[in-house]
Design a protein around this ligand. Structure first.
Ligand code: G3P
Length: 217
């Protein structure tokens, strides 16, 4: 499973990237706002740091404007993936951009029907939003499973990029279903290392070790 980091926080990306945990990055207008940085500047910095795809999102609503913005963003670096919303215009932009060889991430996907359209429009990635479905008492993980089944039925190569990840179990559940990629905030990826029994076991080992009076090295 590929791990993308869902942030425009360069220091946080660097920490995970240094561990070899980062296969790509996703950003969106809200994350750019949160970073307080200029979009071109921060995106370039991220692209210089990370080898894998870095999603940068268009903000236009008409297909022609999305295509223009997407091409502009793609000039930042070779590993830019143009992110477009799952609207009819977004699908048109996806078709044109992917036909011209750009990587395209279709975002704000909330149904299997939308995901099927994105695959047919040539999307490189489809981004179903798990957490936001859970927020309205639907099961985001059911959507991941439905898309996996549909894509496998027909051999679509569009990668399922499970997004709006809020918890460690979102990641492990998406992995069990076979999502190709997860994108998660750095805090959630780091939380994967935590377990109460690890903490308890370590405390016991340290206490017992202290009683031996020994030192290593
Ligand atoms: O990748 C999409 C993600 O940024 C949305 O996450 O937590 O704002 O729903 P969230």
């Amino acid at each position: 499973m590929k791990f993308f980091v869902d942030t425009a926080d360069v220091a946080a990306i660097k920490e995970l990237n240094d561990l070899g945990m980062v296969d790509g990055v996703t950003t969106n207008p809200s994350l750019i706002l949160k970073s307080g940085r200029d979009i071109a500047e921060v995106t370039k910095e991220i692209c210089d740091l990370v080898d894998g795809p870095v999603s940068a999102e268009v903000v236009a609503e008409k297909a022609d404007d999305m295509i223009r913005e997407g091409k502009h963003l793609a000039k930042i670096a070779e590993n830019i993936t143009v992110k477009v919303p799952l609207t009819w215009d977004g699908l048109k932009a996806c078709r044109v951009l992917s036909d011209e060889g750009y990587m395209v991430n279709v975002t704000l996907c909330f149904s299997a029907a939308q995901a099927l359209l994105a695959a047919k429009a040539g999307a490189t990635f489809i981004s179903p939003f798990i957490g936001r479905l859970d927020d309205i008492n639907l099961d985001g993980m059911d959507l991941i499973a439905d898309i996996r089944e549909i894509y496998d039925n027909y051999g679509y190569e569009t990668e399922i990029l499970a997004a709006s990840i809020r918890s460690v179990s979102h990641i492990t559940d998406a992995a069990k279903i076979g999502a190709d990629v997860i994108t998660a905030p750095p805090s959630v990826i780091k939380a994967m290392a935590n377990h109460v029994l690890t903490d308890k076991g370590l405390a016991q080992f340290n206490a017992d070790w202290a009683q031996t009076g020994q030192k290593i090295g």
